[in-house]
Design a protein around this ligand. Structure first.
Ligand code: NAP
Length: 255
């Protein structure tokens, strides 16, 4: 059975920035953090991030929407500044925004490579760099959205896999560097989760699908809420001694 019921008040008095909050895993994470008592800064390039913040407020929580592009330094830093301006503190940073595209690796267009690295890796760095001083002050935590593509070969996803491998390396580096200053840094590595990102993926049409045919044994639990519950666990005090870890949320695909 799947039970992803929020834990009321787990994040009471805490302030959380969630990027990619308009859709999929980021959306579920923002809603869950809001339901668990955090003041949420919901960040996305998509304008309908306003609706997610409104949904948190309607449910009795506290939230603010920031529409910005995390691949630009100013856009990546703005949500951290908004958290500090509005609430005076930052306790949790969830770097979830990301994009995916597929191509034969000898045919990846420059623009695809550059955009994926800019959003999935450079944007994560920009937001994290801005957030670290505030997180040191609050003894807060960071959760990154890596991917099973950082842990195993995902054909036709060279740029995406490279970006997620970078995110995982950044996670471990920061975990070591900031542990003694009280900041924990962990990552989730989802497998195939049912979100608009995966629904919209266009694979090259001349591929050997058997290379892509990894089967999730727990197929029925592929929804983004299963990843959001793992992200919130890693961000929460109950994970106080978990640092530099990557938690697969893939139904056992890579077990
Ligand atoms: P999603 O439903 O597409 O949500 C991602 C959100 O990030 C979208 O609202 C997207 O807006 C936003 N975004 C894209 N570029 C942005 C930018 N430059 N600045 C700010 N926001 C931006 O995807 P998801 O499946 O929930 O994925 C969330 C994270 O989990 C990603 O980092 C992804 O790589 C990772 N992940 C997902 C899976 C999976 O199977 N779904 C597996 C492994 C890892 P637009 O829709 O306008 O682009």
């Amino acid at each position: 059975m799947s039970d992803t019921t929020p834990h009321p008040n787990r994040f009471a008095g805490k302030v959380a920035v969630v990027t990619g909050a308009a859709s999929g895993i980021g959306r579920e994470t923002a809603l869950r953090l809001g339901a668990e008592g955090a003041s949420v800064i919901a960040v996305d390039i998509a304008a309908d991030v306003d609706g997610v913040a409104a949904q948190i407020v309607e449910a009795g929580g506290t939230a603010l929407a920031v529409q910005s592009d995390v691949s630009e330094r100013a856009g990546a830093e703005a949500p951290v500044d908004a958290a500090l301006d509005e609430y005076g503190q930052l306790d949790v940073l969830c770097n979830i925004a990301g994009i995916l595209a597929a191509a034969h690796s000898d045919q990846v267009p420059d623009e695809q490579w550059e955009r994926i690295i800019a959003v999935n890796l450079t944007g994560v760095f920009y937001t994290t760099r801005r957030a670290l001083p505030a997180l040191v002050e609050s003894k807060g935590s960071i959760v990154m959205a890596a991917s099973t593509s950082a842990l195993s070969g995902h054909p036709w996803m060279t740029a995406y896999s490279a970006s997620k491998g970078g995110v995982l390396a950044m996670t471990r580096t920061l975990a070591m560097e900031y542990a003694r200053r009280g900041v924990r840094v962990n990552a989730v590595a989802p497998g195939g989760i049912t979100t608009p990102m995966v629904g919209g993926l266009q694979l090259p049409d001349d591929i050997d699908f058997s290379l892509f045919d990894r089967i999730s044994p727990l197929d029925e639990f592929r929804g983004p809420e299963t990843v959001a519950s793992a992200i919130c666990f890693l961000a929460a005090p109950e994970a106080a001694h978990i640092n530099g870890e990557v938690l697969r949320v893939d139904g056992g695909t890579l077990a």
